[in-house]
Design a protein around this ligand. Structure first.
Ligand SMILES: Cc1cc2nc3c(=O)[nH]c(=O)nc-3n(C[C@H](O)[C@H](O)[C@H](O)COP(=O)(O)O)c2cc1C
Length: 188
């Protein structure tokens, strides 16, 4: 059988073993979630692929959060976060694109000093409701969960946040937005 050569590797470039392992990890499929948080009365939200249920009783979900994400700092302080699963329909792709950017522009390398000092309100013009503790739930989501963070486990450049599910509901009728659908890669 001919070797399957992924896009982006012209024949003359030799793939390293690390490239091969990274490509294997790129095949792992994920849902596209928006993690909502709130700090000092200001809501924020970020895209996350690395979200999963880890216990039935009690109901626990895990979100792997980048150590330097504004979201992680807010959740450490408030212990509250929400999970909204985006849909392929209802502007799911546009919403996903909006929540990819960090709240603190300084997190993006190469920004000028002025631009880096900026805080982005990713929720401006986005329809959402807020939980009792101020975390946003996107109106266009397929489903949402309201969670209480119970454990913070260091895991390399991420922190595993394990949250107890306090509430949740299905609010859409579409299909879940997934990494297979978007073609975006957060793995490897
Ligand atoms: C497709 C995709 C999936 C992502 N998944 C995660 C994730 O699971 N965990 C995470 O911490 N960041 C993830 N990110 C990166 C965050 O969304 C990004 O760093 C965000 O800017 C952090 O926002 P904040 O600094 O406002 O909290 C992902 C980014 C993309 C493009």
């Amino acid at each position: 059988m001919p070797e399957r050569v992924p896009d982006g590797y012209p024949g003359r470039v030799t793939r390293t073993h690390d490239d091969v392992v990274r490509e294997a990890m790129h095949e792992m499929p994920y849902g596209i979630y928006v993690i909502g948080s709130s700090r000092d009365g200001r809501p924020n939200a970020m895209i996350a692929d690395w979200v999963m249920q880890v216990s039935f009783s009690p109901r626990l979900v895990l979100v792997a959060m980048e150590n330097d994400a504004t979201t992680l700092g807010a959740v450490r302080e408030s212990r509250a976060f929400t999970v909204s699963l985006l849909q392929q329909q209802n502007n799911g792709m546009a919403l996903a694109a909006r929540f990819v950017q960090p709240r603190r522009a300084e997190k993006v390398r190469g920004r000028s000093e002025g631009a880096a000092a900026r805080e982005v309100d990713k929720l401006a013009d986005v329809e959402y409701s807020a939980t009792a503790r101020g975390c946003p739930i996107l109106t266009d989501a397929l489903m949402w969960l309201d969670c209480e963070a119970e454990q913070f486990l260091p895991a390399g450049d991420h922190t595993l946040v394990i949250g107890r599910v306090l509430d949740g509901a299905v609010t859409g009728t579409g299909d879940p937005l997934t990494s297979t659908y978007t073609g975006w890669v957060y793995s490897g």
